[in-house]
Design a protein around this ligand. Structure first.
Ligand SMILES: [Zn+2]
Length: 291
């Protein structure tokens, strides 16, 4: 089954919800970066959060970058999502696995540590806008909720979940973001909060075959309306052309060294691990163009 998200609204039109099944895209990231359990959970949750944020906030050709900058063992996690709901990302230390918490879950907060969550929105304006909040939990969903409240003035609830199998494959991945619109009453908020608290573990639900539509009904009620259904995927916009432009910005001495000493160059994309090889002749062309 292909990953997708749905946008839904409750019958009073005061609660907006986006739910997503992201198993394939988190699996793609896991394979490309060869992440171990704790790194998979951190990168996966950040990818799902970034995707939900872009679905909630972006338009047209906008993009946003989420930087989770904690002092825990996984290091920094960076993801970039576009308004077309493609996303790419990487984690500084992919090979982190930690002893499970008492409840058996991956200790995501420990893997992340303390630090900052930064979100940069590039909306085609001169200056991209960056909002920054301290990491308040490290479990990541709560951190996105805090960011939305503090930086975007959007009261929300966020749920993010990644289930890692013992062989490091991704068993399930998905999440939701609920936004309360200004017309929402206290009773409505209390009711929806009760429904979210009563939900079983999200991973368990996804492992049992729950769809984004099912999750929307469980949170908003069966009388909610599904407004849109959209595909989501892991996709990187790197290319050999892009890397030859990056090479062209190097000093001629550096390029000459690559040609004369290394007889070629291999560049690896940080976001997707794609390798780009440049032969001696290709590097000579780059050097000619750079001069
Ligand atoms: Zn790439």
């Amino acid at each position: 089954m292909k990953d997708y998200l749905v946008k839904a609204i409750d019958k009073t039109k005061n609660l907006r919800l986006i739910t997503v099944d992201a198993k394939d895209l988190v699996s793609e990231a896991q394979k490309r970066h060869d992440t171990w359990s704790a790194s998979s959970a951190v990168l996966g949750r950040t990818l799902i959060g970034g995707l939900l944020l872009s679905a909630a906030l972006l338009k047209y050709k906008d993009e946003l970058t989420v930087r989770l900058l904690g002092n825990g063992p996984v290091g920094a996690t960076i993801v970039t999502a576009k308004a077309d709901l493609t996303i790419k990302g990487y984690i500084q230390n992919p090979h982190i696995a930690l002893p499970p918490k008492k409840d058996g879950h991956i200790d995501v907060a420990k893997a992340v540590g303390k630090g900052w969550l930064e979100v940069t929105k590039d909306q085609g304006l001169k200056e991209p806008y960056t909002g920054q909040v301290p990491i308040v939990s490290g479990e990541i969903a709560e951190d996105f909720t805090y960011y939305l409240a503090k930086s975007e003035q959007i009261p929300s609830a966020v749920g993010l979940s990644v289930f890692v199998e013992p062989n490091n494959e991704i068993g399930a991945a998905g999440g939701f973001i609920l936004q309360a619109l200004p017309g929402a009453t206290d009773e409505q908020l209390a009711e929806v909060e009760k429904r979210i608290k009563a939900l079983p573990n999200l991973s368990t639900l996804f492992l049992d075959g729950m769809t984004p539509e099912n999750l929307a009904e469980r949170i908003l009620g069966t009388d909610c309306k599904i407004l849109a259904k959209e595909d989501v995927s892991f996709a990187c916009d790197c290319s050999k052309e892009k890397y030859s432009q990056i090479l062209a910005t190097l000093k001629p001495a550096q390029l000459k060294e690559m040609i004369e000493k290394d007889h070629g160059a291999e560049l690896v994309c940080r976001f997707c691990k794609e390798k780009y090889h440049f032969t001696e002749d290709e590097l000579k062309d780059v050097l000619k163009k750079a001069n």
